[in-house]
Structure formats: structure tokens, C-alpha cells
Design a protein around this ligand. Structure first.
Ligand code: ADE
Length: 424
């Protein structure tokens, strides 16, 4: 079987990790049982470009159980768990192309290896697979039944493609499902980002000023969890409504120009470029820690930082020290610490979101993909939402797995909600 992983002998450890994650993925397990019976992907080739983690391994096992010929490559050069990649090849027979630390060239070579299989279904986390197919292999598009997209950044790219008339296949925006963003983006990013920062630096958060750039669901989760660990949290935003929400959630809201002078730890989660640039680095405190939890490594302008500092030195795994020269002759140089080269700190320095939250995201992925694969008439090109009943089923399954029961509407209550005559 063709594959490209770091070291196949790591497979045993990878299998243990995959099984450990599976314990916490009851919704995905029930989707797998359904797929084993229904075979929604029977004989279809599915290419998945996702973070190669223990949780993703359980997703691709589920797709395979549903009859798919699955091929997997990494959606980020630094997020691959090499033991998991080895195990997928050795123990589960899933061709995997992913090596932690791979160059950009190898990253795209791996995506090309998947495209060579002529997939009819795609799964993306950041839209690199779909954009590569459109740009370099448009001949595949007429046969593609559809694709799913996991993350906010990817959905933004795909909607932009659609708006420009360039999108030639249907996409299910998994990210936009409530069963994804309310939980994965908020609680997953909140916890795993702090996990990455702490594993990388061992910093004490209590008493620190923690600057969160961006108050989408990821920023909200991160700000909430940093506050819970005792940090004073500062939020920066460009959207007045989100900024107001952050202020009323109890955070200090200001511009990055102000925040840069007071922050001890900075984390960008905006999905945009150049959030931290030269003028911010120049006014940061000595010892400031800077990281990113947005999809691409474009939020912190490391070229700007390199311009004003000496060559970075690795001082701990995933921590690089930049010595910034003083702006006046008499000043002292100061240290700025960049985590995980400005890439997703939660996946590069920790293990990504916990399995329990990926359970819902990946059940949404699996069901969304099966929904596309089993349409009687193939869907037209465009960006689709997950059907609401599917989201409700996923939430209900998760609640049941937690042993939580909820009330049901009585007939009288249903009638009341459907009527307009009764008022004051
Ligand atoms: N994205 C964030 N956390 C993840 C995880 N644990 N596995 C796959 N994708 C992720």
C-alpha cells in the first residue's frame, strides 16, 4: 500500500492512542455501527485532508467501515501525530501521507498523492484539497459528488470561491453546524490552546495579562478559559458587535496597539493576516509570549519580527526566543517568545481538541459526507448547511451518552407555540 509516514514502527503506540480517543467518541461509534449496516460510501474513493490525530483516525475508520476507499493527508505541516499516521497504515490499512514537520513542498506532494486516486468525495480542514483540485486538476470536478469543510477559515475561502463563480462542486459547511462550532470552536479551542501554551512554556496563567485577538467562537472559548485560570483577559476585535459582547462578558476591550504594551501572553484567533506586526513587537514587554490558534500561520508577521531581532534560538521544544534590538542606543534588548512557529499552537504543541468534542465535529463530518454520497440526484455546486435534523440527532446522541435526559414538549405546549391568537 502506498503511503508516506515518518516511522512505521511507531504503529503500536499510535493504536493505543487511537483506542484511547475512541472511548470518548460515543456518537462517532454509533455512526460507525450505522455505516457498517448501510454502507453509504460503498466503493467510493474519499480523499481526506485533515489534522492527522487520534480523533481523525477514528473518523477515517468510520468512513472505511461505511465502504469508502479512504486516503488521508495532513492539513497542516506541524499537526501530524506520527505514531497515529503509522498505525493508520499498519493496523487499519488506510493509506496515509503525513509527517510532522514536513516542508510545504512535501505537504502539497501528499495532497497530490490523494488527488491521483481520483476521489469522488473530499474532506478538508482549510480547503487546500478543494482549491488544489480546482486550480490544478479541474478534470476531476465533473465526477465529484461533494466535499465537506471542517473549519471557519476553509468555509470563508469556499464561500469566496462560490461568490466569484469559481466553485464547481457542492460543499457541506460542517463548521457552520451548531454541533460543530458551539462546542469544538468554543470549548475545544479554549481548552486545547491553553494546553498547547502550557505544555510549550509551563507558564503560570494566574496573574498574567492574556491578550486574545478575535472574539469569534474560538476567541470566546479561549478568553473564558484563560479567565478561569486566573489571567486578566484583554480582547481585541474589529467587529463592533463582537467587541461589545466581549465587553459585556466582562473582558477589557481595546486596540492591539494598546494591548501590545501590557500583554504577557498573546494569542491570535482571527483568521486574518498581520494581526501582530512590527509596531506591536516593538512595544511588547520583555518576555512576552506570542502564539496563534487560527488556521493559517499568517496572523503573526514573523518576517517583521525577524527584521528587528537577532536569529531566533530554540529555548524549549516549540519555543523560539527572538532578541529584539532596542530602538534607542541606550535601551536593553528584549526577548519575545514565539510558540510553534506561529502555527496552530493547540495542535503543534499539544494534541488538538479533546476526543469528546471532536466526537461531535466528526460525527457531523461523517453524516454530512454520507448525505452527499447518497443523494439520488447529485447536488449542484454551492455551499450547503448540515440538515437541522442531523444536528439534532447528533446533540441527542451526545446527551444520551452523557446520561442526560431532557424534557419534551407536551401536546398543549406544541399547540401554544404554533398559535398566534393567545397574548397578554
Ligand atoms: N482540530 C482541532 N483539534 C483536532 C483534533 N484533535 N483532531 C483533528 N482535528 C482537530
Amino acid at each position: 500500500m502506498e503511503h508516506d509516514v515518518k516511522d512505521i514502527s511507531l504503529a503500536g503506540e499510535g493504536k493505543r492512542r487511537i483506542e484511547w480517543a475512541e472511548r470518548d467518541m460515543p456518537v462517532l461509534r454509533s455512526v460507525r455501527a450505522q455505516f457498517e449496516k448501510e454502507q453509504p460510501f460503498k466503493g467510493k474513493t474519499l480523499a481526506a485532508v485533515l489534522h492527522v490525530t487520534a480523533e481523525t483516525a477514528n473518523l477515517v475508520r468510520t468512513l472505511k467501515a461505511g465502504g469508502a476507499n479512504v486516503f488521508l493527508a495532513a492539513s497542516n505541516p506541524l499537526s501530524t501525530q506520527d505514531d497515529v499516521a503509522a498505525s493508520l497504515v499498519q493496523e487499519y490499512g488506510i493509506p496515509t501521507f503525513a509527517i510532522k514537520g514536513e516542508s510545504k513542498e512535501v505537504f502539497f506532494k501528499h495532497i497530490e498523492a490523494l488527488i491521483a486516486q481520483k476521489p469522488v468525495l473530499t474532506m478538508d480542514d482549510g480547503a487546500d484539497l478543494v482549491t488544489t483540485i480546482h486550480q490544478s486538476h479541474p478534470e476531476l470536478l465533473p465526477n465529484i459528488l461533494g466535499g465537506t469543510e471542517e473549519t471557519t477559515t476553509g468555509v470563508i475561502r469556499l464561500r469566496a470561491m462560490h461568490k466569484a463563480g469559481a466553485l464547481k462542486m457542492p460543499i457541506v459547511a460542517v463548521n457552520d453546524a451548531k454541533t460543530k462550532n458551539l462546542f469544538d470552536n468554543r470549548y475545544g479551542t479554549g481548552q486545547s490552546t491553553l494546553d498547547g501554551i502550557i505544555r510549550a512554556t509551563d507558564v503560570l496563567l494566574a496573574g498574567k495579562t492574556f491578550v486574545v485577538a478575535g472574539y469569534g467562537w474560538c476567541g470566546k472559548g479561549l478568553a473564558m478559559r484563560a479567565k478561569g485560570m486566573g489571567a486578566g483577559v484583554v480582547v481585541t476585535e474589529i467587529d463592533p458587535i463582537k467587541a461589545l459582547e466581549a465587553a459585556m462578558d466582562g473582558f477589557y476591550v481595546t486596540t492591539m496597539d494598546n494591548a501590545a504594551t501590557v500583554g504577557d501572553i498573546f494569542c491570535t484567533v482571527t483568521g486574518n493576516i498581520n494581526v501582530l506586526v512590527e509596531r506591536h513587537f516593538k512595544v511588547m514587554k520583555d518576555g512576552a509570549i506570542v502564539c496563534n490558534a487560527g488556521h493559517f500561520d499568517v496572523e503573526i508577521n514573523l518576517d517583521d519580527l525577524k527584521k528587528i531581532s537577532s536569529a531566533p534560538k530554540v529555548v524549549r521544544e516549540n519555543v523560539e526566543e527572538y532578541m529584539v534590538s532596542p530602538s534607542t542606543g541606550s535601551g536593553q534588548p528584549k526577548r519575545i517568545y514565539v510558540l510553534a512557529e506561529g502555527r496552530l499552537v493547540n495542535l503543534a504543541a499539544a494534541e488538538g481538541h479533546p476526543a469528546s468534542v471532536m466526537d461531535m465535529s466528526f460525527a457531523t463530518q461523517a453524516l454530512g459526507s454520507a448525505w452527499m454520497a447518497t443523494q439520488k440526484t447529485p447536488l449542484a455546486a454551492g455551499v450547503y448547511d448540515i440538515p437541522v435534523e442531523m444536528e439534532q440527532r447528533i446533540a441527542q446522541l451526545k446527551l444520551s451518552s452523557m446520561g442526560t435526559t431532557i424534557d419534551e414538549l407536551s401536546d398543549e405546549q406544541k399547540k401554544y407555540l404554533a398559535s398566534w391568537q393567545e397574548g397578554t
